[in-house]
Write a protein that binds this ligand. Sequence first.
Ligand code: 6R9
Length: 704
Amino acid sequence: TDAPASSVVKPHPPEMENKSADADACGAPAVPAASPPKEVPVPAAYLESTSHHLPSLDEYNALYARSVADPAAFWSDIAREFHWHKPWPADTPPIAWNYDPRAGPVFTHFWKGGQTNICYNALDVHVAAGGGDTVAFFFEPNDPDDGRARTVTYAALLADVCRTAHALRAAGVGRGDAVVTYMPMGVELPTVMLAAARIGAVHSVVFGGFSPVALAGRLAAANAAVMVTCDGVRRGSKWIDLKAVADEAVAIAAREHNHTVRSQIVVASGSRPAGGEDVLMTPGRDVWWDDALQGHPSTCDVVWVDAEDPLFCLFTSGSTGAPKGIVHTVGGYMVGAATTFKYSFNYMPGDVFFCTADCGWITGHTYVTYGPLLNRATQVVFEGIPTHPDAGRLWGIVAKYGVTAVYTAPTALRSLKRAGDEFVTSHNTSSLKILGTVGEPINPEAWDWYYSIVGNRRATVVDSYWQTETGGHVVAPLPVAGLVLKPGAAQLPHFGVVPALLDDDGKVVEGEGSGHLVISAPWPSALRTLMGDHKRMESIYFTRFPGYYATGDGARRDADGHLWLTGRTDDVLNVSAHLLGTAEIESAIVAVPGIAESAVVGVPHEVTGEAIYAFVVLMPGTKGGDALRAEITASLRVRIGPIARVETIQWVGARGLPKTRSGKILRRLLRKIAVGGGRDGDLGDVSTLADPDVLTDLLDGYGK
Ligand code: 6R9
């Protein structure tokens, strides 16, 4: 079969190029000069500044067509470029899958029966090929003048990973066992991930901003007996005592989940405030990182694992219930992470990559730890935040290390843009060739600022759409000649990804149109299961539209076949590029005494993309106000973490929330009310409401 016609992308005729929005031909009101362009060709300055893995759109189209026509051949050719201890069997198909739960259990296999190790491919292979002196990491600490900045070569990283692997083993970690990390961003975090992978263990990184309750739940769900943590971290001007959170989480895990954490390895941050409290170490359970690594050799045998053995489990928020432990496996994830990194960022020897994400998120897994290292890339690992000590920090780092590709989230760009252009222009950002963005749809204004101010119109923007579940990029405008970038659109499917749009009834939307974004065939780094709950994975991703992986996002296809992501179609909010399930937030709110019920919706927000708007139903006799608001904030912090911050609370009286006769909350109505609508009878169909009078109360309560 050939590539579906709708996904083959035609280059624009030259006269279409650079059609910016400043034209005023029809006598329409003049568009302000600041209005972002609709289309921008991949800049010639970029194309001339580097060599290319994929020179042109035509070559992309040819390679893409091959990747979907014969995925087994396409991906196996790439997989053969990696080291396999034992090749996958020749007598079975290298790829197998079922995406239709009606036909049997859903599964995806790439190279099952083959044996490899991702750590070996990320480190040993490069060192053996003479790359030991290549810089793997430039570590940039939170404070620019801090003496902790350091450079780590591939040879040094391999030695540290080996020592860490021995230390994990000494703590009792064996093949298939889980290791949880609760650490700040730094060199040690990828080191632990790689060490776990080296000995066939399964890592589960928990972002160092999650609360003790959230960490406890993840420790238990991942069934991890060993945790690697840190005494703390300075993030911006705040000191965060991670060890105290870790200890509390271990206690909660024991009390509430009957789960024992046997051993904690504790990194010394070296930035603990002087004169503060000592780190509490529990004898027999806690050991300092330096002591744990002490005396272990700098070499360590590799445990060869099956391509379909689990590599990691990473928790992400869903629309209902507890966070989902997304499981990725070794072989497919390795090939997917390496290939997307190579083509999306066109990494060439000598380039310096800088992803601002923490390894607590999938972006840090794929585009800090694995994608770059599998490509023998040099990158900056940054401990701090973009606004410390000022809004020029990222661009100062770009200048300091000669960064060629930066990868960050639209929410960061919007807040830096607000701070003013001088924070960019006071630094030399001329080394930049690629400007990557991820996490949410990018608004054209932020896109244009990134492109014009940060990139001086010489670098190309890569708006990469993907998910924890997809493991790597699935839609992104590759940096190729002949492509016209469209601010706000992720545009082109990555190799092997066959996107489709479906209407509510599951009918395929052909050509131009909008629908649920689904993917009809697996790509190597697709999720394999949810930790401990394969049925839940089938029901979340494969049941509504059997035969397809459902992303949970909506998208529009334009006349050129390009994809525009339009946001989540389920009850998941995206605040500052972090996903939060409405159910998680609501259960933290109703945990506060005096609150009967709650429903939260997302409203557009200038900086964070979406903000949380909570409708809170009070019990009789309870009064809404600042005190109750503070309790809600505290409950969200304790149960989820500081990222779960409610922007607006609307107190709701006795009539309660708008519900259908079957008791389902009509979130659609709440969303309209939250953005200030509903006053002009534009609430749409309200006929399914059990009690239409609730609307009057809700509209009255708006803005109070
Ligand atoms: C990598 C990551 C996934 C959700 C995804 C979508 C949104 C991510 C996007 C984007 C539009 C982009 N999303 N990148 N929407 N354009 N370039 O962010 O993973 O944390 O699992 O979030 O983020 O809604 O479904 P994850």
